[in-house]
Design a binder for this molecule. Structure first.
Ligand SMILES: [Mg+2]
Length: 175
């Protein structure tokens, strides 16, 4: 079986964009700023883990972003890093998007992933809940907004990640 590192995208790989004071996804390739060190860290982990990006991108269905721009961002990531697959939930369908585990579970089936030896890293509670529901270990990249209400509501009261980090470099202290 394979080990996997599932990465949320916005706030983990690239900087979030603040719109009206709220963290949001970049909508144009020009706004897409990959964080310092991300490429190096992901390349390092890709030697031991299959790397996947699992990202809700509801702005596509909502008409706020052209799918071509999202594809450009994905192409950029795939050209720079050893990522096995990028999965985006663009239909704004709550059965498929995080905090539901759909994207993660589909990848686990497709790539024969050992969930007990796999991790998700995300900056919001929806990432942590999706990880819990799918059975992988959960790492919160903690931000001021990590537990804010999203379009899917508030986090469950008993939700707590297995580990908390402040930046991606701190992954090395955990795995
Ligand atoms: Mg995020």
């Amino acid at each position: 079986m394979n080990k996997a590192l599932f990465l949320d995208r916005d706030g983990v790989i690239n900087e979030v964009i603040f719109r009206n004071g709220k963290p949001a996804s970049p909508r144009k390739i020009q706004e897409f700023k990959v964080k310092q060190n991300t490429i190096k860290i992901i390349d390092e982990y890709s030697k031991k883990y299959l790397i996947f990006v699992v990202s809700n991108q509801p702005d596509v269905k909502r008409g706020n972003m052209d799918i071509k721009e999202l594809n450009k961002m994905n192409d950029f990531l795939l050209s720079k890093m050893n990522i096995k697959e990028i999965v985006n939930e663009t239909e704004d369908n709550k059965d498929f998007k995080k905090p539901n585990p759909y994207m993660i579970l589909e990848l686990c089936k497709k790539y024969n992933i050992d969930k007990k030896q796999s991790f998700i890293v995300g900056d919001r509670w929806v990432d942590i809940l999706a990880g819990k529901k799918s059975g992988v270990k959960t790492i919160l990249l903690e931000k001021d907004y990590s537990n804010d209400e999203t379009s899917l509501g508030r986090p469950p009261l008993n939700l707590s990640p297995d580990n908390i980090i402040k930046n991606l470099d701190q992954l090395r202290e955990i795995i």
